[in-house]
Design a protein around this ligand. Structure first.
Ligand SMILES: [Zn+2]
Ligand SMILES: [Zn+2]
Length: 394
């Protein structure tokens, strides 16, 4: 109780911080101003900071006794979107916008760092605050390569995403797979250009592309169990110049998402199946193809013990067991890289409020959040850390 009272007093500072980050968005790995703000805030709390990657910031807070190491993570990057919100704290950086809520993540974690730094006697062990760049394009892996999980070695990791598809006043915390794995493909189908009146003299890559788009859809229903969610989507198709010309080639781009332990080790890996079928469909149409696969994110899988701890913490913070719901999405997150290496839990803090107009999807140019939920986000970090560092759950 005492701690939640302390958190409440930072309401204005929390919202001011979030709005200030919102006004100054920066793209992935370019968060120079953002990193400086984060760093100087943490230094003012008396913490020593270090950079991991050029724009990633890490700070350590030691408790009163030695113990385990808990990492709390916030992401820092914005998106290449021109903000359409008419608010006085709208983006001052044209074409760049915090349209995913990472501004709120940083504000919540900074206030949590402040509260925890005033409560060092309340826990044993160390809290590692990690502000991670470039979440939107797999920045976590770069931080891991540069040692973010070492010095000291992290025992567990927690993260929170504000989430407008979940209503304000609720929080989604689920054990097991909660966010999809994501592979991106870019491919070109090569045929032989010609006259649409004489198709037999050409090799048409357009019909090959049409067939390929249809045929790969059977991977989900005929090659992989229907209980293992898989989506294959095409986001871009382009080829040709005019109605009576058969083009030389067609370009296709898309994404493959899967909500189970997939990846190169899995025999059910959808992406290698995609490659096999795509190559054979092209061959059937006398075309050739070039396929590039980019493995962006692995599925995010929540650790069962930490999930239970987080659910108990949420019941305390929200003062209502029913506020804690299940939430699973095919969208992806590079937090999965941390939680693959150490036990982790990732939570979805409901920020959707019809009355405040904050139910638009993430990445929308008019995306916004219900700021009144942010105090509970801070409380989840603070109480989650105190509960973890005083209990023997993992
Ligand atoms: Zn996003
Ligand atoms: Zn995000």
């Amino acid at each position: 109780m005492q701690i939640s009272g302390r958190i409440e007093q930072y309401r204005d500072e929390l919202i001011t911080l979030r709005r200030s980050f919102h006004q100054h968005p920066e793209l992935g790995f370019e968060e120079h101003h953002t990193a400086e703000v984060v760093e100087s805030y943490l230094k003012d709390l008396g913490l020593t900071t270090r950079r991991v990657t050029k724009t990633g910031v890490v700070a350590l807070l030691a408790g009163s006794r030695p113990g385990r190491v808990l990492m709390l993570r916030a992401d820092m990057d914005a998106l290449p979107i021109n903000e359409e919100n008419d608010v006085d704290y709208r983006s001052r950086n044209p074409g760049v916008m915090h349209a995913c809520g990472h501004d709120a993540h940083m504000a919540m974690l900074l206030i949590a760092a402040k509260v925890l730094s005033h409560n060092k006697d309340a826990f044993a062990g160390t809290i590692k605050f990690v502000f991670q760049p470039n979440e939107e394009i797999a920045g976590a892996l770069r931080m891991i390569e540069e040692g973010v999980l070492e010095h000291p070695t992290v025992d567990a990791v927690m993260g929170i995403h504000v989430w407008t598809p979940v209503e304000s006043g609720k929080i989604g915390i689920t054990a097991g797979p909660v966010m999809g794995g994501l592979d991106v493909f870019k491919m070109t189908i090569f045929g032989k250009g010609g006259h649409t009146g004489v198709p037999e003299d050409a090799v048409d890559p357009v019909i090959a592309a049409a067939n390929l788009i249809q045929t790969v859809q059977m991977i989900q229903t005929r090659e992989i169990s229907n209980l293992k969610s898989t989506i294959i989507m095409f986001g871009r198709i382009s080829g040709g110049t005019k109605s009576n010309i058969i083009p030389d080639k067609v370009d296709l781009e898309g994404s493959i998402r899967f909500l189970y332990k997939g990846g190169p080790d899995s025999i059910e890996q959808p992406t290698e199946r995609f490659r096999r079928i795509a190559e054979q469909v092209c061959q059937t149409h006398r075309c050739t193809c070039r396929i590039e696969i980019i493995h962006e994110n692995i599925p995010l899988i929540n650790h069962s013990g930490l999930t239970e701890l987080a659910r108990q913490t949420a019941a305390e913070v929200f003062k209502d067991r029913n506020a804690v719901i299940d939430n699973v999405t095919m969208a992806s997150e590079d937090f999965s890289e941390f939680s693959q290496r150490v036990p982790g839990v990732f939570m979805f803090l409901g920020a959707g409020n019809e009355k405040k107009g904050t139910t638009l999807p993430h990445h929308n140019p008019r995306f916004n959040i219900d700021e009144d939920v942010l105090l509970n986000g801070v409380a989840m970090h603070v109480r989650g850390a105190l509960n973890y560092l005083s209990m023997n759950v993992v």
